[in-house]
Design a protein around this ligand. Structure first.
Ligand code: B12
Length: 216
């Protein structure tokens, strides 16, 4: 199966709201040799962006989009079950959170899954995490990296506040702070301006950059 065929069939299944068909495409692609990274970056990510475009163009409804998102989350969870077994490696710890009010969590989840495959230990907190609670967890667990995600511009001020709060809470030997999401794709220099240490365009680039920084 080619990437184009996998994408096309997966998009058709999502638009039809057919979870079974969507899982079948992923299973076939996986059997045909697609790796987890390829499924994430060449199928889920572009197809979810297509879903966003169809929604913006009023060709599908918000209900259709919600169903498509739920199916993709289920497809990712199934892969996770299949691909990750055995004891966790004692790799670096990363805490991943969407800042308060931010509900786009799929991209960040991909980052965590790809890093887990590289031997990292990740804590995925998901959507809309209250800043104070996140800061408290960072202070207690002392991760090597905090990954923050924001997909819409109105949430960027909160990303900057969260970064400031983390740095204040752990002033010495604090975590590396990575940020990402849609606004950073358009303007990567935003990351530094908000006070972060790095950004990346996708889960594989994020894993590569982090690996370089934490190479033994
Ligand atoms: C699904 C979805 C939703 C779902 C999210 C559900 C969920 N559980 O995640 C729901 C319904 C909640 C939602 C809500 C809204 N959404 Co929405 N949504 C989407 C959609 C269709 C897909 C998002 C997605 O999963 N993309 C696929 C992932 C894999 O890509 P990604 O997020 O970019 O992540 C990758 C990189 O950015 C990077 N990355 C991401 N995070 C991080 C973090 C770090 C540290 C690093 C290094 C890298 C990194 O790596 C990721 C993986 O490779 C997009 C369309 C799109 N183009 O993305 C719209 C989209 C993002 N949404 C949009 C809008 C407008 C909204 C709403 C404001 C709509 C409304 N009026 O209510 C709300 C805002 C909600 C909120 N408070 O956050 C717009 C944003 C437009 C803009 N210019 O800002 C988009 C682009 C749709 C559109 N075309 O109009 N949405």
């Amino acid at each position: 199966m080619t990437r184009e065929a996998a994408r096309e069939r997966y998009l058709d299944a999502l638009v039809a709201g057919n979870r079974r068909a969507a899982f079948e495409v992923i299973d076939e692609a996986h059997e045909a040799g697609f790796t987890l990274r390829e499924l994430y970056l060449d199928v889920f990510q572009p197809v979810m962006r297509d879903i966003g475009r169809l929604w913006q163009e009023n060709r599908i409804t918000v209900a259709d989009e919600h169903l498509a998102t739920a199916i993709t989350q289920a497809a990712m969870a199934r892969l996770y079950d299949e691909l990750f077994h055995g004891a966790a490696l004692p790799g670096p710890l990363l805490i991943a959170a969407c800042t308060d009010q931010e509900r786009h969590e799929l991209g960040l989840r991909m980052i965590c899954d790809v890093l887990e495959m590289e031997g990292w230990d990740t804590l995925f907190l998901g959507a809309t995490v209250p800043t104070d609670d996140l800061v408290r967890m960072v202070r207690e667990r002392r991760p090597q990296v905090v990954a923050l995600s924001a997909s819409i511009a109105p949430h960027l001020a909160r990303v900057a506040d969260t970064i400031r709060s983390i740095r204040e809470a752990v002033p010495v030997d604090g975590p590396l702070i990575a940020v990402g999401g849609r606004p950073f794709l358009d303007d990567p220099s935003l990351a530094e301006r908000l006070g972060a240490d790095m950004t990346a365009r996708d889960a594989v680039e994020a894993a590569e950059r982090l690996k370089e920084k934490f190479a033994a």
